[in-house]
Design a protein around this ligand. Structure first.
Ligand code: 6MZ
Length: 347
């Protein structure tokens, strides 16, 4: 009998060479230790009068959502001018490529840093990094932070729509993210619907924390339907605990919208107790569409290969089944059919 550890190591070796798709990666959560070191140096050179976050703040191993959000804040303080944004995006793209990821959708919240860059310049820097490289196919989702106002959400959608006109193959969608314990998702539906009406795809952080009101609102909405949903932790009646009815799970299954599954993120944020108790097997059992994603590979110290390996072990899949699972994710990307066709032939 092989030990769990050696089984995982075998899975990890295989998943390293497996061609992969990454559909849920927040730019400033994906910065590796070497990238952070480069960003610190750049910041000290560019703005010597400003303080940079300390190593203990930024390299903290998160033990819940609050720790995670504190680390994002540090990373964002370093990525506050176009040169830093470009450095961050280039490094993240290169690292995914080195991990044999063939297509990545980066998502990021545009930030206006007075005297340093506008939101448009922020996004242009990421677009430039995407266009400049040939190691990996990549696209961008413009994020809306639910901690910010609805007016800001509208502003981000407008910006995304205007950049989509200039860079139609790069700017492909909108993401609603940010601390799921703050504000209500319901208020942002108008902005999301506007984006979708004008051909931007929408990915929604959904049921990342227990919030039956939000879940039911979205599932019962008569006109708005996201194109993908992230996390979906508190949807199944067994994970949702008290109060969530079986009919909600049934509705979610009938919806059949692809989920972005982020195993390590959920474990480290403590929204699930362990990999073994993760909700992913229920998706597999019900044949629901999903993609394995990293969420924030820097903050949660993980990689695409490792996430795929965790899934391989949890679902007890063989190599053939794993290749099939990875290949299936191509169907859920927001880029157009030409990109899908090229990826299908590469896998
Ligand atoms: C919700 C998350 C997140 O946009 O500055 N973000 N939102 N749930 C999560 N799960 C842990 N992980 C990251 O990247 C950092 C931002 O992405 C969102 C948060 O709004 C965070 O501030 P960008 O590139």
């Amino acid at each position: 009998m092989k030990s769990l550890k050696s089984k995982y190591q075998m899975a990890a070796q295989f998943c390293k060479i497996l061609p992969k798709i990454e559909l849920h990666a927040h730019l400033n959560g994906s910065l590796s230790v070497p990238t952070i070191a480069k960003l610190v140096r750049l910041h000290k050179q560019s703005y010597p009068q400003e303080e940079v976050p300390s190593a203990t703040e930024i390299f903290n191993d998160p033990k819940g959502f609050d720790d995670g959000y504190a680390i994002f804040k540090c990373a964002q303080a370093l990525v506050d001018h176009p040169e830093a944004v470009k450095l961050a995006a280039r490094s993240v793209l290169r690292e995914f490529a080195e991990d044999n990821v063939k297509y990545v959708e980066l998502r990021s919240t545009p930030r206006d840093c007075p005297g340093k860059m506008t939101k448009r310049e922020y996004l242009l820097a990421i677009i430039e990094a995407i266009e400049d490289q040939s190691d990996i196919k990549a696209a961008l989702l413009v994020s809306i932070d639910r901690r910010k106002s609805v007016e800001e959400a509208d502003e981000n959608v407008e910006l995304a729509l205007s950049l989509k006109k200039e860079f139609p193959t790069v700017v492909v969608g909108i993401d609603l993210s940010g601390d799921a314990r703050v504000n209500q998702l319901q208020d942002y539906i108008g902005a999301l619907q506007k984006a979708q009406d004008q051909d931007l795809k929408v990915s929604l952080h959904f049921a990342e924390v227990k919030n039956d009101k939000e879940i039911e609102f979205v599932l019962n909405h008569c006109s708005f339907k996201p194109d993908r949903v992230g996390h979906c932790t508190f949807i199944h009646h067994s994970t949702a605990a008290v109060g969530m009815s079986e009919s909600i799970w049934k509705k979610f299954c009938d919806w059949n919208i692809p989920s972005e599954i982020c195993l390590t993120s959920n474990v480290k944020c403590r929204s699930v107790e362990s990999y073994q108790s993760h909700h992913l097997p229920m998706w597999y059992k019900e044949k629901l569409p999903f993609a394995i994603c990293t969420d924030d590979k820097g903050v949660f110290n993980c990689s695409s290969s490792e996430e795929y390996a965790q899934a391989m072990q949890l679902l007890e899949l063989n190599q053939e089944e794993m290749l099939l699972l990875s290949k299936k994710s191509i169907e859920y990307i927001f880029a157009d059919d030409n990109v899908k066709e090229t990826l299908r032939s590469e896998f």
